[in-house]
Design a protein around this ligand. Sequence first.
Ligand code: GRF
Length: 194
Amino acid sequence: LTLVVLISGSGSNLRAILEASSRPDTPVTVVAVGADNEADGLAHAEEFGVPFFIVDPKAFASRDEWGEELLNQIQVWNADLVVSAGFMRILPAGVVSALTPNLINTHPALLPLYPGAYAVRDALAAGATETGATVHIIDEGVDTGPVIRQTTVVVEAGDTESTLHERIKTVERDMLVATIRDIATGQISLKELS
Ligand code: GRF
């Protein structure tokens, strides 16, 4: 299975995918990494010799023009699957409709709880005693597509946004890799789920 992975930040989920792709039980190849900025996580792509592209919204007059260029840069790779792994932009509808259901996202909460960009902070603020991560198909909404897999983590007393997010990320990257492996081996059909 060939992948394009989209990131915005540290790319620990990307790194987990890159490391897993060298395992014999994971027939997955990351053919390119895309980012919306000079993300620190692009260093993982460089380390693994994977080409990357940056499509920065600030360089475009509109969201739609940005989306068009992002879609062009994704589609040249003819990948089987596009994985948003810490990509902090909402994909314009034209991008989603061109790629879904072969377009998945990982989100640090148990959707439909706590959608949006501040999921960990929102769970803490709500006094949640447990939260987790969700891998889902991206549809035209924000964090609303069909759920593929979820994993829960407990919220510890004294947790801060960063301690809780780190605990979530430890299970999130394993779940994301397992989900991608299952898609690659046919255990999961995105078409059937969509
Ligand atoms: C992940 O928890 C992802 O779900 C959220 O942002 C985090 C990205 O982490 N959207 P990283 O860039 O993969 O380290």
